[in-house]
Design a protein around this ligand. Structure first.
Ligand SMILES: *[C@@H]1O[C@H](CO)[C@@H](O)[C@H](O)[C@H]1NC(C)=O
Ligand SMILES: *[C@@H]1O[C@H](CO)[C@@H](O)[C@H](O)[C@H]1NC(C)=O
Ligand SMILES: *[C@@H]1O[C@H](CO)[C@@H](O)[C@H](O)[C@H]1NC(C)=O
Ligand SMILES: *[C@@H]1O[C@H](CO)[C@@H](O)[C@H](O)[C@H]1NC(C)=O
Ligand SMILES: *[C@@H]1O[C@H](CO)[C@@H](O)[C@H](O)[C@H]1NC(C)=O
Ligand SMILES: *[C@@H]1O[C@H](CO)[C@@H](O)[C@H](O)[C@H]1NC(C)=O
Ligand SMILES: *[C@@H]1O[C@H](CO)[C@@H](O)[C@H](O)[C@H]1NC(C)=O
Length: 296
């Protein structure tokens, strides 16, 4: 019935066109929050609310979002996904404010909305609703995670969840160099239309290096930042240092063995010397006693 009513209203050529005010820039609404779609007009004389008709429609499909006629809401024709989610501001109507309050915004609400108004005159205007959802803080992971050696290829993965719309991931190293060249980005939407963003950067590992990823939401701006610094702790002994260490260990071992041998010889010598001295002493004693015996 309302489908027929609207063209009928607009077909009345005798009516003057009336200017409606709507936002020129897209209205950014946060996911799961309420949004006000502004639409207003100025009318020279006081009018009777029962003479006011308001039609909010989806511009592309002409589906009915909210209708007001003859002093009350008329929602029989309303598209099902807007059920219980729309309202006008009743006290504002007589001031020419026919804005629509849309509650619990979802990604599917994004699009163009047309506001039709008829008092004695009529007017129409369209506005665009954009949905934004902040991403979770990005998480940076390394693959492989351990036994890293300089020169290894490492995949750095930066992931963030449940955001909208598609974001941009910027990679940098410790000195601020843009590494965004060698990156693969994947976007997966869940059933609510929110994205999981995964950006993978492959680098050739250098010791003591920092990598960071920064997430930018085109509607909400800079959203989050994660960084990882790969220090000696993550890195296994580099080959050169390993050989130096092994070499040093071998030298030390040889030195110890040599020292032990020298010591043993020295001990042996001193032992023999001691024994020799003892024997000499004994011989001397024996000689003395013999002498003594002889003396008796
Ligand atoms: C709606 O209009 C009012 C008054 O002009 C303004 O303060 C407000 O920012 C507008 N809201 C949006 C979402 O455009
Ligand atoms: C219309 O009224 C609502 C509720 O008071 C207000 O938030 C909105 O800014 C008004 N819009 C305009 C264009 O005045
Ligand atoms: C508004 O219109 C209704 C129905 O046409 C009428 O009964 C009512 O008296 C009018 N009110 C004013 C203030 O004109
Ligand atoms: C809207 O609200 C009414 C009354 O609270 C309820 O019976 C109906 O199921 C709701 N519809 C939706 C789509 O939530
Ligand atoms: C991207 O990869 C190519 C080939 O692997 C390499 O030559 C180039 O330096 C890399 N660019 C950056 C910014 O790392
Ligand atoms: C980094 O490089 C990428 C690809 O070359 C480019 O798209 C992006 O705009 C650059 N970002 C900055 C902040 O320079
Ligand atoms: C690692 O790099 C930072 C800055 O580039 C420097 O200050 C620090 O001394 C370096 N550490 C090692 C162990 O090389």
């Amino acid at each position: 019935m309302l489908h027929l009513l609207l063209p009928a209203v607009l077909a009345v050529q005798a009516m003057a066109e009336m200017q409606l005010r709507v936002p020129e820039q897209p209205v950014v609404a946060l996911y799961d929050q309420d949004a006000t779609l502004n639409c207003s007009f100025s009318h020279p004389n006081v009018f009777n609310l029962s003479d006011l008709s308001i039609f909010w429609q989806l511009t592309d499909t002409k589906r009915n979002v909210h209708t007001y006629s003859e002093g009350h809401d008329l929602l029989v024709d309303q598209a099902e996904r807007f059920a219980n989610r729309t309202s006008l501001f009743p006290t504002q109507l007589k001031l020419g404010n026919v804005s629509l309050l849309l509650s619990k915004v979802v990604v599917a609400d994004e699009g163009s909305y047309t506001c039709f108004v008829k008092v004695q005159d009529y007017g129409r205007a369209a506005l665009f609703l954009q949905v934004a959802a902040p991403y979770t803080k990005p998480v940076l992971t390394l693959e492989p995670e351990s036994n890293l050696r300089p020169g290894d290829k490492v995949a750095l993965t930066c992931a963030a969840y449940r955001g909208y719309p598609a974001g941009v991931v910027v990679w940098q190293d410790g000195s601020g160099r843009n590494l965004t060249e060698n990156v693969t980005l994947s976007l997966v939407a869940n059933e609510e239309g929110l994205f999981t963003m995964t950006s993978v950067l492959t680098v050739t590992l250098e010791p003591n290096s920092t990598y960071s990823c920064q997430l930018i939401n085109p509607l909400l701006g800079e959203e989050g930042y994660a960084s990882v610094t790969i220090t000696g702790q993550n890195i296994a002994f580099p080959p050169v240092a390993l050989w130096v260490t092994v070499g040093l260990a071998v030298c030390l071992l040889v030195l110890l063995v040599a020292l032990a041998a020298v010591c043993r010889r020295k001990i042996k010598e001193s032992c023999e010397e001691a024994r020799r001295e003892a024997e000499e002493a004994k011989e001397l004693n024996e000689d003395e006693s013999e002498t003594g015996v002889e003396a008796r």
